[in-house]
Design a protein around this ligand. Structure first.
Ligand code: SAH
Length: 356
C-alpha cells in the first residue's frame, strides 16, 4: 500500500517525488491527462499551506485526479527516525531517506519572532572540514530538490498555526553549492509568491567557498544571502582545516564574493568557527581584519560546538572577546552567533552520528 502520511515510507520507492516537480512540470503532467492549468496551482496551494493533508484530503480536486496523483507520486519520501526538542524551542529531525540513508534538519525559534529552518543538501559531505561531524564519512549522494523542500515543509508543519516560517538557512549537512541545481529548485518554491513566499533576502546559503558556483548563484539573479565559511585567515591554516581549500585558495574565494556583491548588491557574510588555540589567536584576528578590510561584509563568529571524538575545543569567553575587539577596532562588522540547540546536537551531522 502506498501512503502519503508523514512518518511512513512509501512502499514503492520508485515513485516520483511530487515535490521534485516545478510548477510548469506539474502543469505539463496534468495537461497530458487532460486537466487544466489551474489544477497545478490548487495542488501547489495544498503543498505549501497544508502538506500534511495528503492527496486524499485535497478536497477541491476531482476524485479521479486525486487517485491518479496517488498512483504516480509520493508526497513524502522520508520517515521521521528521531525528533529532539530543547527548552529554547529548537527542534531537530533525523529523517530516513527511501534508500536507507539519514539526514538532519532543524527548526529554530528566537525571541525576535524569527522562525528559521536549517536544511541539508547532501547525505554527508565531501569537503572534509576536520572539525565538522557531517563529513567524517564523506559524501554518499546529493539530495533532490524535492528532498530539500520536504525538510522545509516538515519543519514548517511543526509550527503552531499562529507562527509563520520567516527564514531558511541552507546550513545543514552537505555543501549546497556542490548541489546547486537541486538547491535552487527547492528555493524557487520557498521564495516564489505562489510557494512559501519567503523573501530571498531571508534565505541564507552557507558555502565552503566554490568560486564558479558562487558566480553561477549570482547570475541566477536572485538576492540570496551568501555566507562563506572562511574559518582561517591564511591558506596554510585553511588547507589544514578545510582540505577542499587546497584546490581553491582564499584569494579566488574573495574575488568571487566581490563579484557576488557587485552583481547582487548583497553584502556577504564570512563565517569563522573559533577553535581554541587553532585559529583564535590575536595574530589570526589581525590577519582576518586585513583580509576583509574595505570589503562590504559581516563576520559571523561561531564558537565551536564540540563533536564527540574530535580534538577541537571552544575558546574561553575572554579569548573570544579579544578576537572580536581586534576585528571591531579595525572597523569590521562582527556578530557572534548566538548558540541554540547545543543540548540536542544541533551542529550539523551530530545527531546522525549519535544514532549511527
Ligand atoms: N558546507 C557548508 C555548510 C556547512 S554547516 C559550509 O561549509 O558553509 C554551516 C556552518 O557550520 C559552517 O560554517 C561549518 O563550518 C560550521 N560548523 C560545522 N561544524 C561545526 C561545529 N561543530 N561547531 C561550530 N560550527 C560548525
Amino acid at each position: 500500500m502506498t501512503t502519503d502520511r508523514p512518518g511512513t515510507l512509501p512502499s514503492r520507492c520508485d515513485m516520483h517525488h511530487l515535490l521534485d516537480l516545478e510548477l510548469d512540470e506539474l502543469t505539463a503532467w496534468l495537461a497530458d491527462r487532460g486537466y487544466p492549468k489551474y489544477r497545478a496551482a490548487q495542488i501547489r496551494k495544498w503543498i505549501v499551506e497544508s502538506p500534511r493533508t495528503g492527496f486524499n484530503g485535497m478536497s477541491d480536486l476531482p476524485k479521479k485526479l486525486r487517485s491518479e496523483l496517488g498512483e504516480t507520486f509520493a508526497f513524502w519520501t522520508m520517515a521521521e527516525a528521531a525528533r529532539q526538542e530543547s527548552e529554547d524551542g529548537t527542534q531537530k529531525l533525523l529523517l530516513g531517506l527511501h534508500d536507507g540513508d539519514r539526514i538532519e534538519c532543524v527548526l529554530l525559534r528566537d525571541d525576535r519572532g524569527h522562525r528559521t529552518v536549517c536544511v541539508s543538501t547532501q547525505v554527508g559531505c565531501a569537503m572534509g572540514c576536520v572539525f565538522c561531524a557531517s563529513g567524517l564519512d564523506g559524501v554518499r549522494r546529493n539530495l533532490t530538490g524535492g528532498e530539500i523542500l520536504e525538510q522545509v515543509l516538515r519543519l514548517k508543519s511543526l509550527l503552531p498555526v499562529e507562527e509563520r516560517l520567516s527564514h531558511v538557512v541552507v546550513m545543514g549537512m552537505g555543501e549546497p553549492l556542490a548541489n546547486l541545481d537541486a538547491m535552487l529548485r527547492a528555493l524557487r518554491v520557498v521564495t516564489s509568491p505562489d510557494g512559501l513566499g519567503i523573501s530571498a533576502r531571508r534565505v541564507t546559503i552557507s558555502t565552503v567557498g566554490l568560486p564558479p558556483a558562487i558566480r553561477r548563484l549570482a547570475e541566477s539573479g536572485v538576492q540570496y544571502h551568501l555566507a562563506v565559511s572562511l574559518h582561517a585567515p591564511n591558506d596554510p591554516l585553511r588547507n589544514e582545516l578545510i582540505p577542499a581549500n587546497r584546490k581553491v585558495g582564499i584569494q579566488s574565494i574573495l574575488e568571487a564574493t566581490d563579484d557576488y556583491f557587485a552583481t547582487t548588491g548583497r553584502r556577504v557574510t564570512f563565517e569563522y568557527v573559533l577553535l581554541a588555540d587553532v585559529n583564535d589567536g590575536e595574530q589570526h584576528a589581525r590577519q582576518l581584519a586585513s583580509l576583509l578590510k574595505g570589503r562590504p561584509s559581516l563576520i559571523n563568529l561561531i564558537p565551536y560546538n564540540p563533536v564527540a571524538g574530535l580534538p577541537y575545543q571552544t575558546p574561553s569567553p575572554d579569548r573570544t572577546a579579544r578576537f572580536v575587539e581586534i576585528l571591531e577596532s579595525a572597523g569590521l562588522a562582527v556578530k557572534t552567533r548566538y548558540r541554540k540547540g547545543d543540548r540536542i546536537d544541533a551542529a550539523c551531522g551530530q545527531l546522525r552520528r549519535s544514532r549511527a
